[in-house]
Write a protein that binds this ligand. Structure first.
Ligand SMILES: C[S@@+](CC[C@H](N)C(=O)[O-])C[C@H]1O[C@@H](n2cnc3c(N)ncnc32)[C@H](O)[C@@H]1O
Length: 198
């Protein structure tokens, strides 16, 4: 990481403070996918978040699935997990080619995961269901994180956002979303940062 990037992130942390989430326990889930993912490490804090905020264990929706690392983490805790993704990558992701078939193969043994190849913009127009839990980890720009996040926050009891430490735009979107929806916001500052709106 370049010096410019380190300074930009430090300024964002100071300028946009969020109450730190301190877990009571870190717990490794039973099922984990052996694929590369910048989400690694966060799997240990999910159960703590679900317990702390008394989140139901029926349904979870995520936007930004890639190969399914985070989806498989959620599949340990929820009866049904939906993963919405273009499966073509974006300007911030390492992967830029169509990986839908590979993603489907990598999560195939977890029967409670449903992968849907769609832009979040199209998906949110036709789903009005309420979910226990939501996760947003798409392209890390303000506009997209806010737009997708607003739907996810309104359609779930608790919504988490990856990359609040590594992308100041995500951090700002999370703060604004909590303010605009009148919800509480926390930040777990490890593994690139996890914003929690509840
Ligand atoms: C950082 S990756 C997700 C990583 C994943 N959560 C994990 O556990 O490894 C971001 C994903 O968001 C997807 N994405 C970007 N823009 C999107 C959009 N407008 N709608 C749906 N998915 C999008 C990309 O295709 C990419 O696979």
């Amino acid at each position: 990481m370049g010096l410019r990037s380190i300074i930009r992130r430090a300024i964002a942390r100071k300028k946009y403070p969020i109450e730190t989430y301190v877990p009571a326990k870190l717990q490794m889930p039973e099922n984990i996918l052996e694929v590369s993912s910048s989400w690694k490490g966060l799997e240990q804090v999910i159960e703590d978040i679900l317990d702390r905020f008394e989140i139901g264990r029926e349904s979870c929706i995520e936007f930004g699935t890639e190969y399914g690392y985070s989806s498989v983490v959620f599949s340990n805790y929820f009866k049904h997990v939906k993963g919405i993704d273009l499966f073509t990558g974006d300007k911030h992701s390492r992967l830029k080619t169509d990986h839908f078939a590979e993603a489907k193969k990598s999560v195939a043994q977890y029967k409670n995961i449903e992968l849907i190849k769609s832009d979040y913009r199209d998906y949110i127009k036709q789903d009005n269901q309420q979910y226990d839990f939501a996760h947003v980890d798409i392209v890390h720009d303000y506009k997209e994180t806010y737009e997708c996040g607003l739907w996810a926050v309104k359609h779930s009891k608790c919504c988490i956002f990856h990359d609040t430490e590594s992308f100041p735009a995500v951090r700002r979107a999370v703060i604004d979303l909590a303010k605009d929806t009148g919800k509480q916001v926390y930040n777990y500052p490890y593994h690139y940062g996890l914003g929690i709106i509840v």
